[in-house]
Design a protein around this ligand. Structure first.
Ligand code: NAP
Length: 350
C-alpha cells in the first residue's frame, strides 16, 4: 500500500447502522472531521442511496452473516455500531472487530446489552489487544465522562447522581424498540443500581424534585429512571449507589405512543431538533459534594461528536487504556475530552 492509501485507510471508519437517525449524524460528523465513512447496515438499497448522497462506499452486511461483516470491516481503521437494538447487533459486530483487530465503539443505551458487552468481551478484547468502547453516546458516555470529571482526584465515592434535564424527548423508532427489548429482558420490572449491583424491582419509581442549575431550577423528576450510566460508571469507579433521574415531561413524551420522532428544528443547519438538555451530575464522598454540568441541544445529534471524538482519540492513541472493554470515563482524560466538545456541549467542571 502506498503512503497515501495507508493514510486514507487509517481514516476509514465503518458505521454499522449508517442510515439510522443517529448513524446519519455519525456519518456527517466523520466527514466533517476528515474521516472516510464506510456505510454499513442490513438494507443494501438504503445504504446505496446514502452512499451516492455522500459520495462514499456502501458495504451491506447482516449480523446473521459473519462473512458479510468481515467484508464490511476489511481494511477499515475502526467500526462504530449505531444499529440498535444492541442486544442483537453488539455481539456479532464486536466479534467481527476482534477478527479484524480494529477498535469497536457503540452507542448502546440498553443497560443489559451494555452489561453483556463487559461480561462477555472484557477478557477476549484485552487478550486480542482491541479496544471496545460501549455506550459512547449521550446516555452512558456523557454521564460517565461528567461523573469522572466531577470526581477529580477522588478514587471512590459514596454516591453518584446523574439528573437529565430534557425539555422534551421525541424518540426515534430505534429508541422505542430498544426500550421494548430491555423491558422484555426485565420481565417488565424496573432496574436501579444500588449496593454495588443492578437490582430489579416491582415497585413504582419515585417522583421527586431535583434542583438543576439555572435556567431549569427546581423540576419534578422521575427518580431511578435508570440509564446506561449505571453500567459505565461502576465499571471503573467504586461507587455503590449510582442513580439517574429524568424530567417528568421528557419521561411522559417517551412513554406516550403518539409522541412523534425527532425532526430538524427550523433553521438548524446541523439538522438538530429543538430538544435541549442539561445533564447535572453530583458525586458525594463523606460530607463533600462535587458537581459537573453539561448543556446542549438534541441528544441524538450530540451522540455523533461524542462517539467520533472517542474514535479519533482511540485511533491517535490518546487513551488511558489500550485494550479491553472500557467505558468513556476510564478510557479518556474526561475533563480534556469534555472540553474538546466545546461548540457542541457546554460544560462546567469543578
Ligand atoms: N446511548 C445513547 O444516548 C443513544 C443515542 C442515540 C441512539 N442510541 C441507540 O442507537 C440505536 C439506534 O438509534 P436511532 O436513533 O438511530 O434509531 P433509528 O433511526 O430507528 O435507526 C435504527 C437503525 O438500526 C438498524 N437496525 C436495527 N436492527 C438491526 C439489525 N438487526 N441489523 C442491522 N441493523 C439494524 C436500523 O436498520 P433497519 O431500518 O434496516 O431496521 C436502523 O438503521 C438505538 O438502539 C438507540 O437506543 C443511543
Amino acid at each position: 500500500m502506498g503512503a497515501e492509501a495507508a493514510a486514507v485507510a487509517g481514516r476509514t471508519v465503518v458505521v454499522f447502522g449508517a442510515y439510522g437517525h443517529t448513524g446519519r449524524f455519525v456519518v456527517e460528523e466523520l466527514i466533517a472531521r476528515g474521516f472516510v465513512p464506510l456505510l454499513s447496515g442490513r438494507d443494501a438499497v438504503r445504504l446505496k442511496a446514502m452512499a451516492v448522497e455522500y459520495d462514499v462506499e456502501a458495504r451491506p452486511a447482516s449480523v446473521d452473516d459473519p462473512a458479510s461483516l468481515d467484508r464490511a470491516l476489511a481494511g477499515a481503521a475502526a467500526v462504530i455500531n449505531s444499529a440498535g437494538p444492541f442486544a442483537t447487533t453488539a455481539a456479532p459486530v464486536i466479534e467481527a472487530a476482534l477478527r479484524a483487530q480494529i477498535p469497536y465503539l457503540d452507542v448502546a443505551a440498553e443497560i443489559e446489552a451494555n452489561a453483556d458487552t463487559f461480561a462477555h468481551f472484557a477478557d477476549r478484547a484485552r487478550a486480542a489487544g482491541v479496544p471496545v468502547v460501549p455506550a459512547m453516546a449521550f446516555y452512558g458516555g456523557l454521564g460517565d465522562l461528567l461523573t469522572t470529571a466531577a470526581m477529580g482526584e477522588w478514587t471512590a465515592a459514596d454516591e453518584a447522581h446523574v439528573a437529565y434535564g430534557l425539555n422534551s424527548w421525541h424518540p426515534t423508532p430505534g429508541t422505542r424498540i430498544a426500550g421494548e427489548v430491555s423491558r422484555g429482558r426485565r420481565d417488565g420490572r424496573r432496574v436501579r443500581f444500588s449496593g454495588g449491583r443492578l437490582e430489579y424491582r416491582d415497585d413504582a419509581a419515585p417522583v421527586l424534585e431535583w434542583v438543576f442549575p439555572e435556567p431549569l431550577g427546581a423540576r419534578q423528576v422521575i427518580g431511578e429512571f435508570t440509564m446506561a450510566d449505571v453500567v459505565t460508571v461502576p465499571s471503573h469507579l467504586p461507587i455503590p449507589e449510582v442513580r439517574t433521574y429524568m424530567t417528568v415531561e421528557a419521561a411522559r413524551d417517551l412513554s406516550a405512543p403518539e409522541t412523534p420522532a425527532p425532526v430538524a428544528a427550523d433553521g438548524d443547519e446541523a439538522g438538530r431538533s429543538a430538544q435541549t438538555f442539561l445533564v447535572d451530575v453530583v458525586v458525594r464522598s463523606g460530607g463533600a459534594e462535587r458537581r459537573a454540568v453539561a448543556r446542549g441541544q438534541d441528544i441524538y445529534a450530540v451522540t455523533a461528536p461524542l462517539v467520533v471524538e472517542a474514535a479519533e482519540r482511540v485511533l491517535t492513541g490518546r487513551t488511558r487504556v489500550g485494550a479491553g472493554v472500557v467505558s468513556a470515563g476510564e478510557m479518556f482524560d474526561a475533563a480534556d475530552f469534555l472540553r474538546a466538545l466545546a461548540g457542541q456541549v457546554t460544560v462546567e467542571l469543578p
